[in-house]
Design a protein around this ligand. Structure first.
Ligand SMILES: Cc1cc2nc3c(=O)[nH]c(=O)nc-3n(C[C@H](O)[C@H](O)[C@H](O)COP(=O)(O)OP(=O)(O)OC[C@H]3O[C@@H](n4cnc5c(N)ncnc54)[C@H](O)[C@@H]3O)c2cc1C
Length: 502
């Protein structure tokens, strides 16, 4: 009797609401039974739900926020850098070795297909000099509207303001999901809840909790693409200054290292040539150099007057990562693409305060060449102040600061610049280093590094290898890419593949 009433009531509701995609009632316990429930209507979830529903799967998309795609709206300074002007191989390369995980996902939806899909909804796109792809309108709302329009053409039910609270499974039966409004069953569940950066936008790491409760392990989440903090006063005083092309190196001084640990220094006697410099292909819109996985030994020489250690290999600081791109000075430290890109080795380090950050403000000019340029400028324009002798690529305010750090008087005339003074200025421009404090944390991180280990997910389907029927896509996975549209591409591609298979 109870069952018949429940079924009648359910049928009536289904017929008298806008809900087009009607789940069946479970004969076992009379709960609505969906084929697929996608949890989280961000980049990955929107396409996963659309694909699943387009395949005829009765699909429900649950979203915690009152609106879908909040991070799409926030992204790229509200312009949405949706992908990068490269091919699938370029995307894979940008992720380094973990990028292999993306092969199948990118085969199902590569960057060209993603652009075509958005353009198919009437949103024209453009490629900027950096290789980043944006909508011509510069409006992230247009990108989101494109994905919502696609979703709207399916029978997927989009349930906004309805967070998933509990996800459980008994044996091999359906998943049981609890929201504040209902309890339901699902044959397949796709977790697309993102990471835990910008928690105010809805991403509070919920997916990690359910996945681990169901048997997954977790690579500890940490902030990535996040501004760096330092207490170096000269950095803070340059707030607002942008340098278009800087090479940064994060260096870990080792115990007994002769490396200076002061607050800031133009370190090193002779500026090394940038043997570990990253390719400037990244600046030209080509795939960025793969992130370094291991450590390499820094090429730093000991500062003047300091003897090299007996055991040079044990004594050398280690370079944890090298990146190149544009830099922004801020009141807390450093931001801009190059600082964000290098931040993951800082947030992933057990003692970020022990790390130093080295700047090369003229990465294309070798130290010896810069020394010669300064010598020539001093000889030909001896009446000009020292601060105006260096190449224009270094902004004036920054140069004034570097001249001071080199122990020089900025008002001094070029003709008065000694050989030692010139060497100090070259070091300041090419080898200044600062002590780091850390990063601005999850609150200001564009993505989360860490998450559900890739080895626990079948990259051909996005199905969990631990929990059959559970699918994971997007930032909830232990996969984070550099600045430039790579993170959205991975989210869209993995979400798309999950929607094709769930
Ligand atoms: C400020 C900022 C700017 C960015 N700019 C760019 C850019 O220009 N280009 C780029 O490639 N990347 C950018 N990113 C990164 C990009 O936004 C993410 O990598 C991408 O959004 C990840 O997609 P996702 O679908 O995995 O997760 P998200 O887009 O984070 O979506 C997860 C969704 O799950 C929902 N959710 C969480 N918990 C629950 C729950 N319990 N129940 C229901 N729903 C839940 C959340 O509310 C959210 O809507 C930026 C990030 C930030 C923060």
């Amino acid at each position: 009797m109870k069952r018949i009433n429940a079924q009648r009531l359910y049928n009536w509701c289904a017929a008298h609401t806008l809900q087009r995609n009607v789940p069946t009632l479970s004969s076992r316990d009379e709960l609505p039974h969906w084929d697929v429930v996608v949890v989280g209507a961000g980049a990955a979830g929107l396409v996963a739900a659309e694909r699943a529903a387009a395949r005829g799967r009765r699909t429900l998309l649950l979203e915690k926020n009152r609106r879908a795609g909040v991070k799409i709206l926030m992204s790229g300074g509200t312009r949405c850098n949706l992908t990068h002007a490269t091919d699938a191989r370029g995307i894979v390369a940008a992720y380094g070795p973990p990028g292999r995980f993306l092969h199948s996902a990118l085969a199902s939806l590569g960057p060209q297909e993603l652009v075509a899909l958005v353009e198919g909804e009437g949103v024209r796109t453009k490629i900027e000099d950096t290789g980043k792809v944006f909508p011509v309108s510069n409006r992230a709302t247009d990108v989101l509207a494109a994905f919502l329009a696609r979703l709207d053409r399916t029978d997927c039910e989009l349930a906004l303001d309805e967070p998933l609270l509990e996800l459980a499974r008994e044996g091999q039966g359906p998943f049981r999901l609890v929201t504040p409004k209902r309890t339901l069953l699902a044959e397949h569940v796709v977790i697309t809840t993102g990471g835990q950066s910008y928690p105010g936008s809805g991403t509070t790491g919920d997916g990690y909790r359910w996945a681990t409760a169901l048997g997954h392990t977790l690579v500890p989440p940490r902030p990535a693409l996040v501004p760096l903090t330092t207490s170096a006063a000269w950095v803070q005083s340059l707030q607002g200054v942008t340098v278009p092309d800087v090479q940064l190196r994060v260096v870990e001084p080792v115990a007994g290292s002769s490396f200076k640990t002061g607050d800031e220094s133009a370190s090193g006697a002779t500026a090394s040539s940038s043997s570990s410099a990253v390719s400037n292909l990244a600046l030209l819109g080509k795939p960025a150099v793969a992130p370094k996985q291991g450590f390499e030994t820094a090429s730093n020489q000991p500062p003047p007057g300091e003897k090299p250690s007996q055991d040079a290999s044990a004594d050398k600081p280690r370079v944890l990562d090298t990146r190149r791109g544009s830099l922004l000075f801020a009141h807390f430290g450093l931001s801009g693409p190059v600082a964000l890109d290098i931040s993951r080795v800082v947030s992933g380090h057990p003692r970020p305060q022990s790390l130093r950050l080295e700047f090369d403000f003229l990465p294309d000019v070798k130290a010896a060449v810069l020394d010669e340029q300064l010598m020539t400028a001093a000889a030909t324009a001896g009446k000009r102040q020292i601060v105006s002798l260096a190449p224009n690529a270094v902004p004036h305010r920054l140069l004034e600061s570097l001249v001071r750090q080199a122990g020089l008087d900025g008002q001094q005339k070029g003709a008065e610049l000694s050989k030692a003074g010139r060497a100090a200025l070259v070091r300041a421009i090419k080898q200044t280093s600062i002590a780091l404090v850390g990063t601005r944390g999850f609150g200001k991180a564009e993505v989360t590094a860490g998450g559900i280990p890739l080895a626990e997910v079948d990259s051909r389907t996005m199905e969990s290898r631990v929990v059959p029927g559970l699918f994971l896509a997007g930032e909830v996975l232990d996969l984070d890419g550099p600045i430039g549209g790579y993170n959205f591409q991975a989210a869209f591609s993995t979400g798309w593949l999950a929607g094709l298979t769930a």
